[in-house]
Design a protein around this ligand. Structure first.
Ligand SMILES: Cc1ncc(COP(=O)(O)O)c(C=O)c1O
Length: 284
């Protein structure tokens, strides 16, 4: 491994027969859960570490013990740099967020070449603080995909983006959802500024819908993902994608639907079983 090698991988884009059946339309999964740290966060953090190492920094401090913290620790370690993780988690410094977005934008170029010329009818992703969404829009600008609809999913109680869209300004949210990694107190103000340039639909689903989607996904594709990721899958699993589009004055096109499987470390059979019990979901 080179000194400043990038530790994120080009993740696979796979066709999902079970999810395609749910909406009678091709669904592809961008498997960010198979990144070395099991979430998309490594893309941004690798970039932060690489850039800062080149500027002469010797180590990092982060306030996130979630997927971002794990990704930063991994990337720093791979480069032989020090990393201190301070708990509990707070929003990471703005400058790091910016660089992280650049890292996330690479997802779009990969999807574009993996789809071999097909234009998606929509890309579905989850929103916490909005870093991944902003990264995606940067990628859209780079690849001329500004008109491709983005479906931004949140769980009820972590829906600061949805609240902000409705209010037309950044609104603080009190976190009550089990999808902990979506629990940013508010979205990044810059996200609200770029909204008019893109076709972004916001939708909120319950914790139960997110957990049910995680369980079905583990049955269908043998992966355990966090409810933060499950909420994106839930739009397809519940067969409500067309309905979400029409209720927002849109029509879902014929092209493939791409779900960004953002992953997350904080998931296992036991964790999902406990959520299911708590939320009264039958495991069949
Ligand atoms: C697994 C997972 N999904 C989604 C998100 C939300 O990403 P963002 O805060 O960039 O909107 C996070 C954030 O930590 C996450 O860890």
């Amino acid at each position: 491994m080179g000194k400043f090698s990038i530790s994120s991988i080009e993740s696979p884009l796979i066709y999902s027969r079970p999810l395609s059946k749910c909406i009678s339309q091709d669904v592809f999964l961008k498997l960010e859960n198979v990144q070395p740290t099991n979430s998309f966060k490594i893309r941004g953090m690798s970039r932060v570490c690489k850039q800062k190492a080149e500027e002469g920094f010797k180590g990092f401090v982060t306030f996130s013990g979630g997927n971002a913290g794990i990704a930063l620790a991994y990337a720093a370690n791979e480069m032989g740099m020090q990393c201190h993780i301070i708990l509990p988690s707070f929003v990471s410094p703005r400058v790091m967020g910016r660089m992280a977005e650049d890292g996330y934008s690479s997802i779009v170029g990969e999807i574009k070449s993996q789809l071999e010329g097909k234009i998606p009818s929509c890309i579905i992703l989850s929103v916490g603080g909005g870093g991944m969404l902003m990264g995606l829009t940067k990628g859209f600008e780079k690849h001329g995909w500004e008109t491709v609809p983005i479906l931004a999913m949140e769980t009820e109680g972590a829906h600061s983006f949805n609240k902000s869209i409705k209010a037309g300004a950044v609104v603080e949210n009190v976190m009550t959802s089990i999808a902990k990694t979506l629990g940013a107190p508010s979205v990044a103000p810059k996200l609200m500024e770029i909204l008019p340039k893109f076709d972004i639909i916001s939708n909120v689903q319950s914790d139960a819908a997110a957990v049910e989607a995680c369980l079905r996904f583990s049955d269908d594709h043998a992966f355990c993902v966090e409810p933060a990721c499950g909420v994106s899958l839930s739009a397809v699993y519940q067969g409500i994608l067309h309905e979400i589009f029409t209720s927002n004055g849109h029509e879902l096109g014929q092209g493939p639907v791409v779900v960004l499987v953002c992953g997350g470390c904080d998931s296992s059979v036991k964790i999902l079983k406990d959520y299911a019990e708590k939320l009264g979901i039958d495991i069949v």
